[in-house]
Design a protein around this ligand. Structure first.
Ligand code: SIN
Length: 282
């Protein structure tokens, strides 16, 4: 049966008429196609347990066991994205795409809402297909054939201070294993990739993990990245997803950025994330 796939404002699509606890092969084929086209797909009113979450993610590709996030106590495949009422910082509270610091960056992530604050806690998404397609000519010319360096060390590593947003989360144990980040080599990816599933071009730098443009001196590199980020964050390329109990998002890390709003202090938010392995980007 054809699923009901409805565009979600400027970014993504909502998929209705599927039960992710038992998706059929035909459902999965339509989900994969929508994922490639829209960059992020959303589901509502789902009731899936942890094993079904893992099975759904596995149907999309091999699971990447997260090296830095605290894992679910019984399911190492599931990374906890958690904020307790007495904590101030959240995880993912800056624009980023997951795992761009890997040689083969993650294909995507499946985020399941487990406990939500009474209000707030939405997630914003930005389309890097749209950002690429709207690049002004002068910026497009400057990144023609360019490559960028990505790193996890300044975010998850032990050197204090570089990435303010992670300070509390590392202190209280939500993020750990800094030693593994300290020894990770930097990786290089094209600034514009050809998306492996859709064949479309996408801008592939992000404010959290991209540290430099190869071959530019540090000041020029910082300035070019700042210009690219200012362009990519045009509200025309963004949409916000408001979570409800039973909501699930499946985003493409090669085609979108995301940003978890941190506007629910004093309340608990628990999300379960599974990240799916990707492939080299060209
Ligand atoms: C993340 O950045 O992976 C988490 C997003 C969210 O909690 O909304």
């Amino acid at each position: 049966m054809a699923l009901d796939i409805r565009p979600h404002g400027r970014v993504g699509a909502e998929i209705l008429g599927v039960d992710l606890a038992r998706p059929s092969a035909a459902d999965l084929a339509q989900i994969r196609a929508a994922f490639a086209e829209y960059g992020v797909v959303f589901f509502r009113d789902q009731t899936i347990d942890e094993a079904q979450h893992i099975a759904f993610a596995r149907a999309l590709g091999p699971i990447n066991i997260n090296r830095f996030f605290t894992a679910h106590p019984h399911h190492p495949e599931i990374a906890l994205v958690l904020k307790e009422p007495d904590q101030r910082d959240n995880i993912g509270g800056g624009w980023h795409t997951d795992h761009s610091y890997d040689v083969e960056p993650a294909l995507g992530s499946v985020l399941v809402a487990r406990e939500l604050p009474p209000q707030g806690g939405a997630t914003a998404f930005a389309s890097m297909y749209a950002a690429h397609d709207a690049l002004p000519d002068h910026l497009r010319a400057r990144i023609e054939g360019a490559r960028a360096v990505h790193s996890a060390r300044h975010v998850f590593g032990s050197k204090p201070g570089a990435y303010e947003a992670m300070r509390e989360t590392s202190r209280d144990g939500r993020i750990g294993n800094a030693g593994a980040a300290d020894v990770l080599d930097d990786v290089v990816h094209p600034v514009v990739i050809i998306h492996p599933l859709s064949g479309k071009r996408a801008l592939y730098v992000n404010p959290a993990f991209t540290t430099a443009i190869v071959g530019l001196d540090p000041e020029d590199s910082r300035a070019l990245l700042a210009e690219l980020y200012a362009h990519a964050l045009d509200p025309r390329f963004q949409e916000t997803f408001h979570w409800r109990p039973g909501s699930i998002a499946l985003w493409d890390n090669r085609a979108t950025w995301h940003y978890a709003h941190n506007d629910y202090h004093g309340h608990r938010r628990e999300m379960h994330r599974i990240t799916i392995e990707g492939e080299p980007l060209h």
